[in-house]
Design a protein around this ligand. Structure first.
Ligand code: ASP
Length: 315
């Protein structure tokens, strides 16, 4: 074990002793601190194992990916994670499905359930979809993003990426910047980071900030002062209720992260982004491509390991 995990071997012993009681993964609220810790360490342990040693935990199991909204990273990493653990995947998207012929989601879901999948991963533009359909499914359900509500697997992979680069999350200062109000990534990250003892502050124009008890900043320079991590977010154009009063150019000038305004943060600050990025809007290429700051591709990499950890815990 030592050679695989190096100095994390002791932590791996904790994983072995832990028994998961998870049935579904719909919200970060479903998870205890122990669950999160277990998933982080499990994902990191998968990152340290050679592919040829992945355990075939999902052999003879079939997972349905029901993606009714676009996705690159989340869907592909669930597929990759399933294949890595020896399982089968069926992908279903809006295009080519009977939802486009007028079938209601309840009937689609009852149809899928009648085929007895072993697990359902679902993404939809409506808040609470995963919760609403869980009553029609006999197998575990994973929320892969529901409207502007939550994206728990993204927050978990973000937490594992942070842990791998900075260690324990407790006491870390994290600024989430941009369209926080409509971002399900922010929704889950705020819950998870606070659960694990991190300090979270939000930065953005007033119209894109939610109303909550967190520290809110409309001034970028003030908001990023002393933070360990800046998480940048895309403007969720598909979820805006009304046209924004701030133009894209103004947003870029005031809140777009670049090599000049990153100097307001700590010199060793890390930058994260869940993707897809809009380069030149919320983030400039001089930061997105700068390995000294950017954890963005590390997040993608951890996305596969975290989804393996989640599938492993739910299967
Ligand atoms: N990929 C993330 C999501 O599905 C972030 C984004 O789309 O901006 O929420």
């Amino acid at each position: 074990m030592n050679n695989i995990l190096g100095n994390r071997a002791a932590e791996f012993d904790d994983i072995v002793e832990y028994t998961s009681i998870l049935n579904n993964l719909i919200s970060i609220d479903d998870l205890s601190v122990e669950d999160v810790r277990h998933l982080i360490l499990k994902a990191i342990s998968y990152s340290a194992i050679d592919k040829s040693h992945y355990p075939p935990i999902l052999k003879n199991k079939t997972i349905i990916n029901l993606f009714l909204e676009n996705s690159t990273r989340t869907r592909l990493s669930f597929e990759m994670a399933t294949y890595n653990l020896g399982g089968n995947v069926i992908n279903m998207t809006l295009d080519g499905s009977s939802i486009n012929k007028g079938e209601v989601l309840k009937d689609t879901v009852l149809t899928l359930n009648a085929m007895h999948p072993d697990l359902l991963v679902v993404r939809n533009s409506k808040n609470n979809t995963a919760k609403d359909i869980s009553k029609y499914m006999d197998c575990p359900i994973i929320n892969a993003g529901d409207g502007s509500n939550e994206h728990p697997t993204q927050a978990l992979l973000d937490a594992a990426t942070i842990y791998q680069n900075l260690g324990d999350l407790e006491g870390l200062k994290v600024a989430i910047c941009g369209d926080v109000k409509h971002s399900r990534v922010a929704g889950s990250n705020v819950k998870l980071l606070r659960k694990m003892g991190a300090e979270v502050r939000l930065i953005g124009p007033e119209e894109l900030l939610p109303k909550n008890d967190l520290e809110l900043y409309t001034d970028f320079a003030e908001g990023v002062k002393d933070v360990d991590i800046i998480m940048m977010l895309r403007i969720q154009k598909e979820r805006l209720e009304a046209e924004l009063s701030i133009t894209e150019q103004e947003f870029h000038d005031k809140y777009g992260l670049n090599a000049v305004n990153i100097k307001f943060a700590k010199p060793d600050v890390y930058v994260m982004h869940p993707g897809p990025m809009n380069r030149g809007v919320e983030i400039s290429s001089d930061i997105a491509d700068n390995e000294a700051y950017s954890l963005i591709l590390k997040q993608v990499e951890m996305g596969v390991y975290m989804r393996m950890a989640i599938l492993d815990s739910l299967s």
